[in-house]
Design a protein around this ligand. Sequence first.
Ligand code: FMN
Ligand code: ATP
Length: 143
Amino acid sequence: MTARVVAQGTFDLLHPGHVHYLREAKAMGDELHVIVARRENVTHKAQPILPNRQRRDMVAALDPVDEARVGHPDDIFAPIEEIEPSVIALGYDQHHDADAIAAQLAERGLDCAVRRASARERRYDDELLSTGAIIDRILDQRE
Ligand SMILES: Cc1cc2nc3c(=O)[nH]c(=O)nc-3n(C[C@H](O)[C@H](O)[C@H](O)COP(=O)(O)O)c2cc1C
Ligand SMILES: Nc1ncnc2c1ncn2[C@@H]1O[C@H](COP(=O)(O)OP(=O)(O)OP(=O)(O)O)[C@@H](O)[C@H]1O
């Protein structure tokens, strides 16, 4: 039986931290399905610069990714019910509470583990491993 894994995020300006996360998520199963956050649903930080479709297209092009989709406008569990993953891989710093997600999955009768990926550490001084840091450097150097 194919073990499907779901990963999710904003994936605005891509960087090695995203690749690390998606590689780890893929290793948690056989098929990696990525849900790309709709711009209007990103309320916990600055909204993404790039359009939903462009962010999805770039994530879909990454090696570990088998399928990527723009997320549901208002029910984050709608794609989960469609994909029926064995694992949801949370990113190392994602603000979601794993237990709360596990409880909502159980409520919907979804048998799916919730795990957390690790952080990718910097390999050289000026490596940028966050979209926010990339944007800050652009503002700093291009103003
Ligand atoms: C299990 C799960 C399902 C999600 N499904 C959707 C969705 O369908 N639509 C959406 O816009 N965001 C969805 N999200 C929320 C976004 O991906 C959220 O902004 C992201 O988890 C946090 O992104 P960040 O790590 O880029 O800050 C989902 C998150 C989780 C944990
Ligand atoms: N350095 C990193 N190491 C491991 N995972 C990362 C790293 N940076 C981002 N991720 C993961 O990638 C997913 C998408 O993150 P997101 O799109 O918010 O990127 P970000 O670089 O964290 O953005 P921002 O700087 O705006 O917070 C999340 O699950 C996040 O945990």
